[in-house]
Write a protein that binds this ligand. Structure first.
Ligand code: FE2
Length: 289
């Protein structure tokens, strides 16, 4: 089933992991999780890819309270060979890729304050666990995440981390997927955000474009606000094959001779689901000036 061997193994020391200290969470912190959980689970049906809701159920994430990573890992390990390990916050790329390549998902063990329900800069336990972990129970998506970690290790040697990080951003964090005749959300940055869960699907502002590996890796992204372009995959199987079946080294090399797209561009070969008005981003920019 996986290449980790039997049982839940402890990751090696010096890898930025820390104990989750589940018993140290306060009642207020658990209540923050519950408030976020209730808000998102009310919003998501009909918007999120059904496999995400399946994952919430399968992993017993319905709560109440902040999940215990050891219990979560026990269930996840049996299904797809993944574990969830705690970290203080963002960790260096090399350690992050190493964890993913070994089917360990790193999650911040802290939770946002009650006055930060809508926005925070560093990923907390709600973003990391609610946003990312349900799809790690899906065998194909679980394989994609490991493939990404291995791709990160290769990209490090090839000096192409920036290119590859765009793939993560536009799939794992902010990806859309076809769901019958409609689109659905699956990226963790969207599904853990009340505002973007609606904006990403319904707002006329952003572009929604069919996924293409090179196109994605030539497109910059927003870290400070809703995305101006979203990329739509056909299925998790297609995403996995597009990334596993191609040698990235010549793709990176070919891209060196090409310019990046502007964040709002529509390219000649794009499969356009929505040509966005960009009204949201324009209004925000006008306010800043
Ligand atoms: Fe994330």
């Amino acid at each position: 089933m996986n290449d980790l061997g039997p049982g839940t193994m402890k990751p090696p020391a010096g890898d930025y992991t820390i104990p989750q200290n589940w018993s140290h969470y306060t009642a207020e912190e658990h209540a923050t999780w519950d408030a976020l959980y209730a808000r998102q689970t009310k919003l998501l049906p009909g918007r999120v890819v059904p496999q995400f809701l399946d994952g919430l159920k399968l992993l017993g994430l319905e709560g109440p309270g902040i999940p215990n990573f050891e219990q979560l890992s026990d269930i996840l390990m049996k299904r797809t060979g993944w574990q969830v390990v705690a970290v203080e916050g963002l960790i260096p790329d090399g350690a992050f890729f190493d964890h993913l390549a070994n089917r360990r998902f790193v999650a911040g063990n802290f939770i946002r304050r009650p006055d930060q329900l809508d926005y925070l800069e560093e990923p907390d336990v709600f973003h990391d666990v609610f946003g990312h972990v349900p799809l790690l129970a899906h065998p194909v998506f679980a394989d994609y995440m490991q493939a990404y970690g291995k791709g990160g290790q290769r990209a490090t040697q090839l000096g192409a981390i920036q290119r590859l990080s765009r793939l993560y951003w536009y799939t794992v964090e902010f990806g859309l997927i076809r769901n019958g005749d409609d689109l659905a959300i699956y990226g963790a940055g969207i599904v853990s955000s009340a505002g973007e869960s609606v904006f990403a699907l319904d707002d006329p502002s952003p572009n929604r474009i069919g996924f293409n590996l090179e196109r994605v890796m030539r497109t910059p992204y927003r870290i400070d606000d809703y995305q101006q372009t979203y990329f739509v995959i056909d299925s998790f199987e297609d995403l996995l094959h597009q990334t596993l079946d191609q040698d990235f080294a010549p793709i990176y090399a070919a891209m060196d001779a090409k310019q990046d797209f502007a964040i709002t561009d529509i390219a000649p070969n794009d499969l356009i689901y929505t040509q966005g008005t960009q009204a949201y981003a324009s209004a925000k920019a006008a306010k800043v000036e």
